[in-house]
Design a binder for this molecule. Sequence first.
Ligand SMILES: NC(=O)c1ccc[n+]([C@@H]2O[C@H](COP(=O)([O-])OP(=O)(O)OC[C@H]3O[C@@H](n4cnc5c(N)ncnc54)[C@H](OP(=O)(O)O)[C@@H]3O)[C@@H](O)[C@H]2O)c1
Length: 283
Amino acid sequence: MKILVTGAEGMVARAVSRVCVGLGDDVVALAKRELDITDRDAVSRLIGGGEFDAVINCAAFTDVDGAESDPQLCYAVNAEGVENLARACRDADSVFVTISTDYVFDGSKDGFYDESDVPRPQSVYAAAKLEGEKLAAASYARSIIVRSGWIFGPGGTNFLSVMPELLADGKKITAIEDSFGTPTYAEDLAGHLRRLAASGSEGVFHVVNSGEGTSYLGFAKEICTAGGFDDALVAPVSSSDLERPAPRPWSSKLATVRGGTLGPMPDWRDAVKRFVKGVGFGA
Ligand SMILES: NC(=O)c1ccc[n+]([C@@H]2O[C@H](COP(=O)([O-])OP(=O)(O)OC[C@H]3O[C@@H](n4cnc5c(N)ncnc54)[C@H](OP(=O)(O)O)[C@@H]3O)[C@@H](O)[C@H]2O)c1
């Protein structure tokens, strides 16, 4: 397939490019400076000609706390930017895959959220991502919207992704013990994104690693086990101890009811082992 990957310098985009190249796809991966998805004309010019079989949108405003003080930019990227891509894909008859978030849910459900649960976003970031989902579906009914959460991988700058390096340097970290999610390895997510792009599917899919999910503390301990790091470096903290601008759901664990039809996702603990090994630690 000829595939356009947006937001090419991001963590998931890099994984998607690696996976697609590995499968022999012709990949055009463009960073923000090469394609700003908020630039409707540029998006339309690039995609509208019908050159791409599929567009996998990995571009996003991902600073969850920063979004609270810059809602305009967050909406421009996560809602209008997604709409720009969906419209261009519709015009070109290209497959459109875009990534959304577990944070569209409010966390009040006792259990896992599946694709039929009703979103109720709590933060500017989450509301903008949900708006992006709606605009994508409204402008191009064949849009594929993939909700994922707690994504970690090489090159990532989020807390989950930088843990191995911090712990290997002997740095002490604090990890939230009362916030729960379903961790997702960027490489595994990328495989499912590519499968979806080739599947002829449409609509919302949840894609996360399998297992019961965990807390940030549980994730940190698993990183210690996989990397042989001293777990005394990890101290528990309560989410209420951290004064963060954006509210987060206390639990945003996703169930992959529709996403599971693409084939099983590996258990998150297995994914942590592969991740830690991939970044040069552990056995
Ligand atoms: N990481 C997670 O735990 C998580 C959880 C659930 C869902 N997601 C979703 O997964 C997707 C990928 O996230 P990620 O973790 O790979 O994020 P990331 O590493 O922050 O990558 C996002 C990329 O998008 C770029 N970008 C920002 N604005 C853009 C624009 N207007 N046009 C083109 N590119 C733009 C960013 O560039 P700059 O850095 O230069 O701004 C960055 O390279 C996003 O949709 C995110 O919402 C992530």
